[in-house]
Design a binder for this molecule. Structure first.
Ligand code: PLP
Length: 394
């Protein structure tokens, strides 16, 4: 079967955040918005049709997430990631960010330290401080080539008795790493040794480019599963963020109880009726679509790689191993953070996420979301090609 990743669907009138916030974020509507992490690619038709079918039943009252939906997700996780999950380990969540907040409440006390590996998806940092916990900053280490590794020495030197939780982003937003099994194993050994629990945000885990392989953190061993809580879901994979549905997996019974206490205090309820239908359809029928999407996204990566090669004196780009996010090193341009943003908005007409919003380690970088149809990618490349070609001094 063949799917269409070339047609452009206008989102500017659909209240899409990526478009409605252009004026606020970039001071103009005249940018291609390539920031927030959803796709400008249509959600697969199996999901759209399932939502339409559910919409045609004219009562939208309270509804449970059906067990059949969880069964579809369980089968998917086993087939694609070798992750064995049992139904009674799973919770519904409308938002991974809410899951992280709840985990912070469940597994730490005010004043405890939570490990965050910067540069990182911004809510990881905000969630810790807004909940009265302390950030233990364990920046990723940049190699000479410019890609990233965990910094185990730094982590070991900083852990103390107040360190209770690690927020793991796997695959990593924004740097695009798909952590190798050995890297995760070494991280897990440190957590086991110091009795640190791990909130593994694996929401990008289906967006991984061969030969890279996603290893679910909880699948490393029974010992590791016993200190891990995992967030997974269809939001990134199938472009269903607006359906607001994801899953939390907690294998250990005591941790599950503690998570449940915090979860019930907030009252997550069961989400919306359309999400239930879309979620199940995505996991049952969406695999062929995803496999083709990954090929399309790799084409977009190749376009960016070629662009970066043409302007290697100005930008550096290492192809991500996973996610649809490109972490572009613009430090050779020698611009301040505000000048860099202005360059992208005014000279390239692109609305990207500034690297500094992922922590100070992101200075000099911009994050570009390349989950767009082919023609939009070509436009973005042309804009940047011209702006970089014209760039001499800002
Ligand atoms: C790593 C990561 N976690 C969580 C989220 C957001 O998830 P949700 O919309 O379910 O809160 C994002 C969205 O960009 C993300 O990149």
């Amino acid at each position: 079967m063949s799917f269409d990743f070339q047609s452009v669907t206008d989102r500017s009138k659909s209240r899409a955040e990526k478009y409605t916030l252009r004026q606020t974020l970039f001071g103009t509507e005249d940018v291609l918005p390539m920031w927030v992490a959803d796709m400008d690619i249509e959600t697969p038709s199996c999901v759209v049709e399932a939502v339409k079918r559910r919409a045609s039943h004219p009562i939208y009252g309270y509804e449970e997430v059906p067990d059949s939906a969880y069964e579809a997700q369980i089968a998917w996780m086993k087939k694609r990631h070798g992750f064995e999950i049992q139904r009674d380990w799973m919770f519904y969540s409308h938002s991974v960010v809410a899951t992280i907040n709840t985990a912070i409440h469940a597994f730490t006390e005010p004043g405890d330290k939570v490990i965050v590996q910067t540069p990182i998806y911004p809510p990881f940092l905000k969630n810790v401080t807004r909940n009265g916990r302390e950030i233990l900053r364990n920046p990723l280490r940049k190699t000479a080539k410019g890609d990233y590794r965990f910094d185990f020495d730094d982590l070991r030197s900083k852990i103390d008795e107040k360190t209770k939780l690690l927020l793991l982003c796997s695959p990593h937003n924004p740097v695009g790493r798909v952590w190798r099994r050995e890297e995760l194993q070494e991280l897990a050994e440190i957590c086991v040794e110091h009795n640190i629990k791990v909130m593994a945000d694996e929401i990008h885990s289906d967006l991984v480019y061969a030969p890279n392989v996603h290893t679910p953190f909880a699948s490393l061993s029974d010992e590791v599963a016993n200190l891990t809580i995992t967030a997974i879901g269809p939001g990134k994979t199938f472009n269903t963020a607006g359906l607001a549905i994801s899953t939390v997996v907690v294998e250990n019974e005591t941790m599950r109880q503690d998570f449940d206490d915090a979860y019930e205090r907030i009252h997550f309820a069961q989400g919306n009726v359309f999400a239930h239908a879309g979620f199940e359809a995505a996991y049952r029928e969406g695999e062929a679509w995803l496999d083709e999407l990954l090929i399309h996204l790799q084409r977009n990566i190749q376009k960016l790689t070629a662009l970066a090669a043409r302007h290697s004196d100005k930008i550096r780009f290492i192809a991500p191993e996973g996610t649809y996010l490109a972490w572009i090193d613009c430090s050779q341009l020698g611009l301040s953070s505000s000048e860099l943003k202005r360059f992208f908005v005014e000279d390239a007409a692109l609305g990207l996420s500034p690297g500094v919003s992922f922590g100070k380690e992101g200075k000099g970088y911009m994050r570009l979301n390349f989950a767009v149809p082919g023609p939009i990618m070509d436009d973005a490349i042309a804009h940047l090609d011209m702006a970089l070609g014209d760039f001499d001094e800002y």
